[in-house]
Design a binder for this molecule. Structure first.
Ligand code: HSE
Length: 290
């Protein structure tokens, strides 16, 4: 039996729209066992069928891409990552399906080829790249392929995810974005994105705060999260970094490891009744034969 553990991801990191992503220590776990036919367990009822299961779709797509005969498996699921909340839950299903397919085909594909397939399926490299490579990843496209660069993240950084009870679909959250940007706005983001890896490597929260001023998506998407301004104000006062995670609705707080400060912030967030988690940076997908 194969077990695959995929971390949650926080895409964009404020100014790195569609480019940067971070792996976080919250996991979805999948098991794959050869069988006579496809079957599922552990998923919500509506996903217990080949007609509506993203792990199955991604698994099948990968076999078809390579032109190999589909190997039926029983797929198990145990999930920690909130669904449709900007923490890469669907990326985790895609990564698991694609990596499992590669395993049962006898591993014909490299990690980078698997990355390309997951981007084809997911649409955005910033969500799937950290799920695969871990840490902080910046991706770019050249011709038909995506290339990841992986950066170190200081162990001194802690991450708090603040997840409201409502979904925000990426599709809807992209509809509110403008058609074009001015040179000034582009320079704002390029000057900041290029410095993000250094700030994360140093664990310099003040630098991250100075860099987290976005012109590409946050000004538009913040309106979709009614409590955004109030939570941002709490973070500004506490001198910690704050951004929307992916396309929301989760918000990401970045702070120096400091139990007291983390508890203080968590207490201030209590009144919203949101799901609040204190996380660390994570490594990427792990496959294990059990
Ligand atoms: N970069 C993408 C976006 C990630 O913000 O729309 C969403 O999955």
């Amino acid at each position: 039996m194969l077990r695959i553990k995929v971390p949650a991801t926080s895409a964009n990191l404020c100014v790195g729209f569609d480019v940067l992503g971070l792996a976080l220590s919250l996991f979805n776990e999948f098991t794959f066992e050869k069988s006579d036919e496809f079957s599922f367990y552990g998923f919500e009822d509506e996903f217990l069928t080949i007609d509506n299961n993203l792990v199955y779709d991604s698994y099948k797509y990968t076999f078809e891409k390579i032109g190999m005969k589909l190997v039926p498996v029983r797929i198990g699921f145990k999930g920690e990552i909130p669904v449709s909340r900007g923490l890469g839950s669907s990326s985790s299903l895609i990564v698991a399906g694609v990596f499992a397919a590669n395993y049962f085909m006898g591993k014909p594909l490299t990690k980078n080829q698997l990355f390309d397939i997951t981007v084809e399926l997911e649409g955005h490299p910033d969500n799937v790249a950290p799920a695969i490579y871990g840490s902080l990843v910046a991706s770019y496209k050249y011709e038909d392929n995506y290339y990841p660069n992986i950066y170190k993240v200081s162990k001194d950084l802690d991450f708090i995810t603040v997840t409201p009870p409502f979904h925000l679909s990426t599709h809807e959250a992209r509809k509110v974005l403008p058609e074009s940007l001015s040179y000034k706005e582009i320079v704002n983001n390029t000057s900041r994105i290029v410095n993000i890896p250094r700030a994360f490597e140093l664990g310099d929260v003040n630098m991250i705060r100075r860099l987290f001023i976005d012109s590409m998506h946050e000004p538009y998407r913040s309106k979709l999260i009614p409590t955004y301004n109030e939570i941002k104000e709490i973070c500004d006062k506490a001198k910690v970094a704050f951004a929307i995670s992916g396309s929301g609705s989760t918000m990401l707080i970045i702070l120096k490891k400091d139990q007291k400060k983390a508890t203080l912030i968590k207490n201030k967030l209590k009144k919203f009744n949101y799901d609040v988690k204190l996380l660390k940076v994570s490594s990427g997908v792990k496959l294990e034969e059990i």
